[in-house]
Design a protein around this ligand. Structure first.
Ligand SMILES: Nc1ncnc2c1ncn2[C@@H]1O[C@H](COP(=O)(O)OP(=O)(O)O)[C@@H](O)[C@H]1O
Ligand SMILES: Cc1cn([C@H]2C[C@H](O)[C@@H](COP(=O)(O)O)O2)c(=O)[nH]c1=O
Length: 239
């Protein structure tokens, strides 16, 4: 298959870091990585740390996001870090996006995608193509499963295609103390089992929000037991 993307100046875009396989007679490729975990486990924080570490070595990244919690085109971490990102729209072709950057003379060495669960399967295929044919390092961050505990389509495709699957190591605890893996959607104090897949909201209920999410262990996700009244994170920072 013909590579669909070429850098306008390969020595510019590709020279800064030896590609995977270099020195072993293998054709150079980038890698597609998926970092996943429940809400609030630190995915956006890690995305911004990886960007920071790459950028300080002079590499140029393209930061992408779809439906950030903040409602703005940013990658935002609950630790307080925020970076501007490009909003990925439903039909956006991510290969064409990178090509466009190159045609304007902008370097792209790596791509970071937050909320990658919301990508379409086709967009994940495009990211794999960018890793293989354009030799980009692609870092995706997102939820594995939705509020019904079913894989998001974008995450399913990432599980199928990624070179590396990384479960985030920071445990989010259920109210009972067990590790939580299930993102329950809560409406008026009840766990909701049906509805739209996409509903942007936080784990801390804003005063105006009708819906919030709560990370639960499997037992309490199944029984819909939300435990004693949830602790408000804003109170934690005052102690
Ligand atoms: N005040 C705080 N002190 C220490 N860690 C915090 C604080 N607030 C949030 N965090 C950490 O930030 C994590 C959430 O990070 P974030 O990147 O927003 O998660 P995600 O993108 O996975 O939803 C929490 O699990 C917790 O470890
Ligand atoms: C489970 C689930 C979540 N969402 C939304 C809710 C948040 O806006 C994001 C996840 O944010 P985080 O950075 O991982 O905290 O996804 C959704 O739309 N549908 C769902 O089923």
């Amino acid at each position: 298959m013909e590579p669909i993307i070429t850098s306008p100046d390969p020595t510019d875009a590709l020279s800064s870091v030896p590609a995977a396989g270099a020195g072993r007679g293998l054709p150079p490729t980038g890698r597609l990585r998926f970092f996943f975990g429940p809400m609030d486990c630190g995915k956006s924080t890690l995305a911004l740390q990886i960007d920071h570490n790459q950028a300080r070595q002079g590499r140029r990244g393209l930061l992408l996001v779809r439906h950030d919690r903040s409602g703005t085109p940013t990658i935002s971490s609950r630790m307080g870090l925020v970076r501007h990102a490009l909003e990925v729209h439903e039909d956006m072709d991510l290969c064409a996006l990178v090509r466009e950057h190159w045609s304007r003379g902008s370097r792209v060495d790596y791509v970071i995608v937050d909320e990658a669960q919301f990508l379409s399967a086709e967009q994940v295929d495009q990211l794999a193509e960018l890793a293989d044919d354009a030799h980009l390092e692609v870092y995706c961050f997102g939820l594995a499963t939705d509020f019904r505990s079913a894989l998001f389509p974008g995450s399913q495709r990432l599980f199928e295609l990624a070179d590396e699957l990384n479960a985030i190591q920071v445990e989010v605890l259920c109210w009972c103390g067990r590790p939580g893996r299930f993102n329950a959607r809560v409406h008026d104090g009840d766990v909701v089992r049906a509805g739209d897949t996409v509903l942007v909201a936080d784990t801390v209920a804003a005063d105006t929000a009708e819906v919030r999410y709560q990370v639960l262990c499997r037992t309490h996700y199944r029984t819909g037991d939300l435990g004693p009244h949830p602790v408000d994170d804003r109170q934690l920072s005052l102690t």
